[in-house]
Design a protein around this ligand. Sequence first.
Ligand code: CA
Ligand code: CA
Length: 294
Amino acid sequence: MSRGLFEPFVVAALILAGSSGLCLGEVSIDCDGGEEVRSVVVMHELLAGGENGPPWPVFRLHVPAAWVLNARGSEGANPDGWPSIGWDPIAGAPEVTWARHDGQDYEIMVSRWDVNQWTTPVALTANDVDDLDPDIAYAPDGTARLTFWSGTQVFMLTRAPGSDWGQPEAVDRGERPSVAGTQIERLAYQRSPAGGPSEIVTAEHAGQWVPVVLATTEFGGFDGDGSLDVRLEAQENMVWIVWEDSPTRLGWSELEAGGTWSTPAFEPVLDPSDEQAARLRIKLEVLGRRSRVP
Ligand SMILES: [Ca+2]
Ligand SMILES: [Ca+2]
């Protein structure tokens, strides 16, 4: 199978019986007999309540060490954050970003799969404040985009094919941003001012960043940590945004012809363990609409 024609990612949830305190996980690649990457494997422990345990330690002990990324990332008092994985359509290889604690605060790290090994992780930030929850995606032309948040500010970095990452660009006040493989520079995030409802926001770069508020909610997220897990998604020329709207439903909106966002719709969530299935139901609904366009 040629590169770029398949979904090169596998996300495996490893459920460990009992509560031994043992946390196993892994972020690694899976190759065929040659150097072609077949998938990126993210294994982790699914904790009680549906929360994810740390993904970094090695689970597949037979895997060559060069395939495994950051195997000690879950160690210490301030373990590394959850990874986001992008797929470079030109190199045909994955790139991973995550937040790493430097002893003072968190910085944004990146590493790419280069022929037969992960590159030495590089920090894209260097400061005295927490930089968190990076998300990476590639536009169809190979432009990489990476977004993260720090304090109450959302940032975006861009790397054109063959170039280095630019400097972090402040986008808007907000938290927990998400990026997707759209050709247009765009992201989604939440704004959660103290004492007020959260806003679900998308911003597009058209000369300057233009934020659009899609919805508001008083909900604090399924994990109760304030994260509404706002996700920007893009597939088959369809673009949509999903968020945790209440204890019983996800909200979603899709980008319509003409560039406007649809009035939010809602998908029931039976319980937190149904969330990923509910996100898949929304995806099928969005892609199904596409198939009905004459
Ligand atoms: Ca920092
Ligand atoms: Ca620092």
